[in-house]
Design a protein around this ligand. Sequence first.
Ligand SMILES: CC(C)(COP(=O)(O)OP(=O)(O)OC[C@H]1O[C@@H](n2cnc3c(N)ncnc32)[C@H](O[C@H]2O[C@H](COP(=O)(O)OP(=O)(O)OP(=O)(O)O)[C@@H](O)[C@H]2O)[C@@H]1O)[C@@H](O)C(=O)NCCC(=O)NCCS
Ligand SMILES: Nc1ncnc2[nH]cnc12
Length: 285
Amino acid sequence: MHALKLHTLTLAEQLADLAVDALIDEADLSPKPALVDRRGNGAHNDLHLGLMHASALSLWPAFKEMAEAAIELGEIGLPLREALGRIGREGEQAMLTTTQGVNTHRGAIWALGLLVAAVALDPTSRNASALSLRAARLALLNDRYAPQPLSHGVQVAQRYGVRGAREEAQLGFPAVLQRGLPQLHASRVQQQGEQNARLDALLAIMTQLADTCVLYRAGTEGLQAMQQGAQAVLDAGGSASLGGRRRLNELDQQLLALNASPGGAADLLAACLFIDRIESCDGAF
Ligand SMILES: CC(C)(COP(=O)(O)OP(=O)(O)OC[C@H]1O[C@@H](n2cnc3c(N)ncnc32)[C@H](O[C@H]2O[C@H](COP(=O)(O)OP(=O)(O)OP(=O)(O)O)[C@@H](O)[C@H]2O)[C@@H]1O)[C@@H](O)C(=O)NCCC(=O)NCCS
Ligand SMILES: Nc1ncnc2[nH]cnc12
């Protein structure tokens, strides 16, 4: 008879599981305005839900390695920042191989990678502000080996003078801490269902974020439509209310017409769900 061998997950493996779970929960959440979800491809002709799942799963080794690097190096400093940069770039390559070149989760590797490392550095300190502060301190360090591509984010940051993904992390994810998480908690208190609470959290993030994906595709008209439309859904009672659902449908149609995909807001919803899960576990994850 074979003995059943149980493998206890390491901390790094548990954190990688949680990061991938957050990405899959984000992808599955429906109906998200102009984003890939269970209904369809939103404003994307090169993406679908299966690809988002495959992309999320391809990132598990990178998240695990980022957590291991944080545990091994043990402190915030250039060695850890540069290790995260190297692992992040390898993660991007794994993602691009899986998706045959489509950028599904670049911003999510960045945000979740920093947060995974922030938890691994001190798993006993799990509240959102402490975590985001450690992530911000990592993001503020300059990775000497990072290539300097003229990315979409850099192009629109220059053109419109906005904060992109890098600055959002360096500030400790204000769209998540000040908007997404409080809205998630407030909507849960109203007991109208977890999916509606998550949709409301996404909308709250959208009200404030300078999403460089939206700006690149649809300029300031797209960004205003996203921010004001998301606020209109929340003002009408949120995604659980009939009025809110009507506004959400209007926002979906408007963003689709503008080809404006809030991919940055989607990544930050995944970050929000990850932090929420870390904060709510006591003991093992
Ligand atoms: C620091 C980096 C995040 C690089 O940032 P940068 O702004 O230079 O680069 P981008 O390539 O533009 O990627 C940033 C991605 O971050 C998301 N995002 C956008 N706005 C915000 C915001 N205000 N706050 C937070 N996050 C934001 C967004 O990701 C999502 O959109 C992706 C699709 O974008 P895009 O390629 O533009 O796609 P399309 O519009 O569809 O393109 P076309 O089809 O039109 O051609 C999607 O993947 C979502 O994830 C931005 O894309 C960081 O990445 C970096 O430095 N990496 C190097 C390695 C490293 O250090 N890693 C650290 C590991 S901890
Ligand atoms: N659900 C989604 N749809 C499109 N782009 C995304 N980037 C991250 N999540 C996304």
